[in-house]
Structure formats: C-alpha cells, structure tokens
Ligand binder design. Structure first.
Ligand SMILES: [Zn+2]
Length: 287
C-alpha cells in the first residue's frame, strides 16, 4: 500500500511537471509527517458549526487528521473528489480549460453514490452554479480544499506556498467563497492541497476548528489516461472504512467518470456501501 502510494505520488508529481499543471491534490502523499496524530479521540470536538462529526484535537491541540475509519460498521467506503483550481488559473479557465466535471457529478447521481467533494474556494467562484448544485444535493457534502490550492508546506509538487501566517485565512476564505456562492451542506473538513502538511500547518489551522481528511487509497486518476489501470488500483486498495481520493477536474483527471462507472458496481458486488466522509468520521469517533 505504501509503495503503491509512493509510486502514484511520484507519477502525479511528474505528471504535474510535464503538463505544467499546478494541481495534484490527492495524488500525493504527505511529504512530511506531522508526528503521530494517532487514533481519533473518543470525545467529540466542540467545533461543529453545521453538526457533522469532527475529531477532537490531537496532541498539543494540533488539528486532527483522519485517514480512514479503523473500525467501520460494515463494508463502507467513501469516494472523495477534489475540485482543484489554483488562484492563478483563472486565465486558463477563461481560455477554455475545464476545471469542472459535470458528467462525473451526473454519473454519481445516476448511480446513487453519496460522495464528499473537497472544493477550493477559487473553484466555487469559477463555477458558482455547479458548486451550489452539488451542495444542494443531499447525496453530497462539500468540504474545504483551501481557497487558492497553494501548498501548506515549503515543498509540494512545485505549488506556490501559503505563508504560515495566512494559512488559517486561506481556509476561511474558502468557506467564505462557499457562503457567497450559497453552497449548502458544507462540512468542517479540510484537505491540504497535494496532501502536503507538517506540524506547523496543523498548528496554524487549530483555530479554524477543522478536521483534516487525508485518504488511504490513492486512485491515481490525476493525469491518468488509462481508466482500467485506475480502476484496478482503486479495487485493489479499498478496505472497509477506506477513503478514496479522486478528482472532479476534467482537464487534470479525464478518466474519472469512467473509473467511477466501473468501480461502483464492482465494489457493490463485493458488498460495499458508499458513504460520505462524515459517516466514517462519525464511526471513527465512536470506535
Ligand atoms: Zn487538490
């Protein structure tokens, strides 16, 4: 699993380099480890503005990190989709590059698959109608993937970095963008761009009251062209309680809709039930 994850992270990084793309969230492993944040704490965090379960802060009050449910109820799995867009990509969107993927969202609806969308604030500004539409569908929940899709560590796939003093503000700016776009069903979960974080970043985000959500299964959909290979990687990796990271950005992840259409029936045939991340976090909190 780890070697597979590292290989994919490398592919993702190389892909990002080759394509000149800035977004590679989800393809990456964290570049530095924040120390063992450990098992989810048993007591709930006091910060839950909209009611979904969150984890209690880790040691020294650090922002808690969730990767997968250690003892899920049954064979559950959460598909997550990162809606990447960097602060500097407006010109590319204006010239026709698609950072959205409405056919993927339509496929999830047709298949009745609950999912969690990790959206950047910049994406919500670029696609406010879609952002509102996703948040307005009870099938989905919308989580925070930063405003700018800049890195929260110094070295993360060549992404520009958010200065330490502005990390919390960047996260809160994304929540503000969701409010402006009137996005519903926003949950207090945050995913670092590129998955890159360290102890300093976790400390900086403590006042934001978010639970960081990573993953245990890398789909490898970022810059992939072989849908079958991505499908196999997902099916090989999923365990009960898994969080799978994928993307809903057509230009950077063109195979994802096909992968979903293959993965969903295959996992259902194995007895898996699709859930939103909030259900897994709730299960982890009770475990
Ligand atoms: Zn990302």
């Amino acid at each position: 699993m780890i070697s597979s994850l590292r290989r994919t992270a490398l592919t993702c990084a190389l892909g990002a380099l080759a394509l000149g793309a800035t977004a590679c969230s989800g393809g990456g492993a964290e570049l530095s480890h924040p120390g063992r944040v450990g098992r989810p704490a048993a007591s709930p965090s006091a910060v839950a503005p909209t009611g979904p379960p969150t984890l209690a802060p880790g040691p020294a009050g650090l922002t808690p990190v969730f990767r997968s449910a250690p003892e899920p109820k049954g064979r559950t799995v959460a598909l997550t989709f990162d809606a990447d867009m960097t602060a500097g990509q407006g010109a590319r969107a204006a010239s026709g590059e698609h950072f959205d993927n409405p056919r993927l969202i339509a496929a999830l609806r047709a298949l009745r698959v609950p999912a969690t969308v990790f959206m950047t604030g910049r994406w919500a500004e670029q696609y406010p109608v879609q952002a509102r539409d996703i948040g307005g569908d009870p099938l989905f929940e919308v989580a925070n993937h930063s405003y700018s899709h800049y890195a929260f560590t110094g070295d993360c796939y060549g992404l520009p970095s958010v200065p330490g003093g502005r990390m919390r503000a960047d996260v809160e700016r994304a929540f503000a963008a969701f409010r402006r776009a009137r996005v519903g069903h926003v949950v207090p979960y945050f995913r670092f761009p590129g998955g890159c974080y360290d102890r300093r970043a976790l400390r900086a985000l403590t006042p934001a009251g978010v639970t960081v959500v990573q993953w245990d299964v890398v789909s490898g959909d970022a810059f992939a062209t072989d849908a079958d290979a991505v499908t196999r990687q997902v099916l090989d990796g999923v365990r009960p309680g898994s969080v799978v990271v994928m993307h809903c950005t057509r230009s950077a992840a063109p195979t994802t809709e096909r992968v979903v259409r293959a993965v969903v029936p295959a996992l259902r045939a194995k007895g898996f039930r699709f859930v939103r991340v909030s259900e897994l976090v709730g299960a982890a909190r009770k475990a």
